[in-house]
Write a protein that binds this ligand. Structure first.
Ligand code: FPP
Length: 266
């Protein structure tokens, strides 16, 4: 059982879903089977995130660099994504989930766009959680695109050079329309970011899980959230618990925020 504070939830959680290939390899199966089990994990984790009350969940499903994988593996991923969108459509709508996508969506095959676009539109009317799929996505590519847009406005005389600010750039990044990620989880044991949500990661808390993505379950998500809640986010400032004059610490110093009254046991 994991205890989670109801009032201190991360608003936006991003997940780098890694380890499908190794999961399959360990069982002597093809990589496509690993992705199939991975898509079951997507279903579980979306449900768990909604139950928990997260406002935004962003899943890194296909990077811009993943186009370099073998064609049959890429095709299998599009089939799974299409199946996921078709089979989860009702549950997404019934549970007030807005399905969104970020990345180079124009590069996706028509069979995926044909189910993705209508669901994006339909689910945007009434929602309490945004599920964003990062598809053909790259953090550097997204920043470069935003920079191009701002440069074009400067060149056209619509924006002053001084107005190319952090805020202006942020406002042009579709992946951050739901806010910066508070918590980014990576499964599969690697400790790297792999071009995910680069600009928004500035003050995100990172959580690395050794579980391969197909094995990642609701309890793993809850543990990641509980670990997030035990951290002190400082955003470059001095921590609440660190007194300027050390002697003050022995007199009690600045106490950490008291324990919350409301806990959710999951
Ligand atoms: C990384 O594991 C995973 C991917 C590149 C694809 C993620 C896709 C899914 C979870 C399934 C379909 C998605 C949806 C939204 C239904 P890897 O293949 O790099 O694993 P490895 O590092 O073990 O080789």
């Amino acid at each position: 059982m994991t205890l989670i504070e109801a009032r201190n939830l991360p608003s936006h959680v991003g997940i780098i879903m890694d380890g499908n290939g190794r999961w399959a390899q360990q069982r002597g199966l093809g990589r496509a089977e690993g992705h199939r089990q991975g898509s079951q994990a997507v279903r579980r984790i979306v449900r768990a995130a909604r139950r928990l009350g997260l406002r935004a969940l962003t899943l890194y499903a296909f990077s811009e660099q993943n186009w370099a994988r073998p064609e049959d593996e890429i095709d299998a991923l599009w089939v799974l994504l299409r199946e996921f969108l078709l089979s989860e459509r009702e549950e997404i709508l019934d549970n007030s989930i807005r399905l969104n996508a970020v990345g180079n969506i124009g590069r996706l095959p028509g069979v995926v766009r044909a189910v993705l676009d209508p669901l994006r539109n339909e689910s945007s009317k009434k929602y309490e959680m945004t599920l964003t799929l990062a598809l053909s996505y790259g953090g550097r590519e997204e920043i470069a695109e935003a920079a191009r847009e701002l440069a074009a406005e400067v060149a056209a005389g619509k924006r002053a050079v001084e107005d190319v600010t952090c805020e202006a750039l942020h406002a042009r990044l579709p992946s951050l329309a739901v806010g910066d990620p508070d918590l980014v989880i990576r499964t599969g044991g690697e400790r790297r970011i792999s071009n995910f949500l680069l600009y928004g990661l500035a003050y995100a808390e990172l959580h690395f899980s050794d579980a391969l993505w197909p094995d990642f379950d609701a309890e793993d998500l809850y543990q990641a959230v509980a670990s997030y809640q035990n951290r002190e986010r400082r955003f470059g400032k001095v921590g609440k618990a660190a007194p300027l004059v050390p002697e003050l610490a022995s007199e009690g110093g600045a106490p950490r925020e008291s324990s919350p009254a409301l806990l959710v046991a999951v």
